[in-house]
Design a protein. Structure first.
Lengths: 268, 247
């Protein structure tokens, strides 16, 4: 384990320490960092409406991504676990495709598909929805995020739905239950832990996405992450970038703890 | 419907790489292989591809060595200590990439390694290694402990037992983890974006930069090559029944 510990010290513990330290530093555009110890970055983040909006927008995008992923994830997970064998393998392979392809390439594809002269926008214009824009809007970002992260939701739901005893569903069916009633009374409640795990993973990863909001937002829609990137690279304001990073990390930890707590409660 | 949604952006990239126009458009107009020729002649892309391949190979090698040792250490220290290190070593999987990228940027700047290939290797190993550790851990936990005991009782030393008994038994997990590590490194764009500079850029980062400022079909051609390459690589491993069995 020794080599791993060294790697982790240099590439994991030290970086986190630096982020934490810099988040309490003072920054001046002309003089740079002063090495001070102050909470002014956090005060700025939590009191400026600009950053409040940023955090709310980031959480909103992640929430929409998670909800849509769950909505398309359930039918897919049911088809994969309950469907005939050939369909199972084929669907699983197709779900894995986005996981295996570079996020940059996928996002590039979406930027072409969603562009103002693209097929989707032209269709919207044709049916009188020209006011709905796709590229450089939150809608476009959510489409890109769902495409990138919904496989995590599907994999997590497949495990949970696969563990349900099918005979309970068959019993309900033979007693005359409708399919929607079976889903809401039997399948959904028994796969809640999978839904919680998949949702936490989808939420956390889509909230931390950089490539998708940067390309599909085109600088017009920013998230915590794109601002961190801009502050760290072009603006060189490392203390502000660090403070936003700590906030992002804090939200991530809260969600993971909540999910662990929900799972423990469900299994008890 | 969902299948169309999944495949659409990739199909668009692949289709538009054959366009005869000087800009990316879908549906493509005409047919041309011009952009593939252009991409092969463009030093920016060729250099970036070369960097990505070297980075991926080195990352995979280091990740496999460190990951296998770490996984063995975790199973060997069965108990609180093992569980503690398992948590620590797998935690980068859940850490937001931006935070890691930001932190590694600070560390590399402080040590004068900013914008270097070596700095990229460190970052990629931290990102890829947990996946190797996780895959090998799963393999080791299925291993019969009596196998090791038998080897030791027959007089083999701990190093000999590890190299001749343990490692070959989890070969499938190691290969699976290695391919995963390579693909992760080859596709990584978040952490790397913080670390690249004029003298160090990977293929995904180069594409990312181009996509934001230009509409050149060369990017579509390069992207198509990457996707085909990664799909073939993963396809080869998942076809290997040994690899599938261990995971």
């Amino acid at each position: 384990m020794a080599p791993m510990m060294l790697l982790f010290l240099a590439g994991f513990v030290a970086p986190l320490f630096f982020v934490l330290r810099f988040s309490f530093d003072h920054f001046d555009a002309s003089a740079g960092q002063s090495g001070a110890f102050t909470a002014e970055q956090f005060i700025a983040v939590f009191t400026t409406p600009l950053y409040g909006d940023l955090i709310v927008r980031t959480l909103g995008l992640a929430f929409a991504t998670t909800a849509i992923s769950a909505l398309i994830g359930y039918p897919l997970a049911l088809a994969i676990t309950r469907g005939p064998g050939f369909l199972r393998g084929a669907l699983m392979a197709i779900v894995m495709v986005p996981m295996l392809t570079s996020v940059v390439v996928k996002t590039f594809g979406w930027s072409v598909l969603l562009s103002s002269d693209g097929f989707l926008q032209s269709s919207l214009d044709a049916i009188g929805l020209a006011s709905v824009k796709l590229l450089f809007t939150p809608i476009g970002i959510v489409i890109g995020l769902v495409h990138t992260y919904f496989p995590f939701m599907v994999l997590s739901l497949v495990t949970a739905v696969g563990a349900i005893d099918r005979r309970t569903e068959e019993a309900a069916e033979s007693l005359g239950s409708t399919r929607s009633r079976i889903f809401f009374r039997i399948t959904l409640p028994q796969s809640l832990d999978g839904l919680a795990a998949g949702s936490a993973l989808t939420f956390v990863t889509s909230m931390s996405a950089l490539v998708t909001p940067q390309i599909l937002g085109g600088g017009k829609v920013s998230t915590i992450v794109t601002v961190i990137y801009q502050q760290a690279t072009s603006a060189q304001n490392w203390p502000l970038a660090s403070a936003l990073g700590v906030v992002l990390l804090g939200i991530t930890l809260v969600i993971l703890v909540l999910q662990a707590w929900a799972v423990r409660r469900a299994t008890r | 419907m969902i299948v169309v949604f999944i495949v659409a952006p990739l199909a668009v990239v692949a289709a538009s790489s054959f366009t005869a126009t000087g800009y990316v458009t879908f549906p493509p107009k005409g047919f041309s292989l011009e952009w593939y020729v252009k991409s092969a002649q463009d030093a920016t892309f060729v250099d970036a591809l070369w960097v990505s391949l070297r980075l991926g190979t080195l990352t995979t090698f280091i990740s496999v060595v460190a990951g296998v040792l770490a996984a063995y250490g975790i199973t060997y220290n069965n108990g609180r200590l093992g569980a503690f290190f398992e948590q620590i070593f797998l935690s980068p999987i859940m850490l937001p990439g931006v935070v890691l990228g930001l932190g590694i940027l600070f560390v590399l700047s402080a040590s004068g390694w900013r914008g270097t290939f070596e700095g990229g290797v460190l970052a990629h190993v931290i990102v890829a290694c947990p996946f190797v550790t996780r895959a090998v851990l799963a393999g080791l936990r299925q291993l019969d402990p009596r196998l090791e005991e038998a080897s030791r009782s027959l007089g083999a030393g701990p190093v000999h037992t590890f190299l001749r008994i343990v490692v070959p038994s989890v070969r499938g997990s190691i290969i699976g983890g290695a391919v995963f590590a390579f693909v992760i490194s080859f596709d990584e764009a978040v952490v790397t974006l913080f670390l690249t500079g004029p003298t160090f850029s990977t293929l995904p980062v180069t594409i990312f930069t181009y996509v934001q400022y230009s509409n050149d079909p060369t990017i579509a051609a390069v992207s198509t090559v990457i996707v085909v390459f990664c799909v073939i690589l993963v396809g080869l491993v998942t076809r290997n029944p040994k690899g599938r069995h261990d995971r």
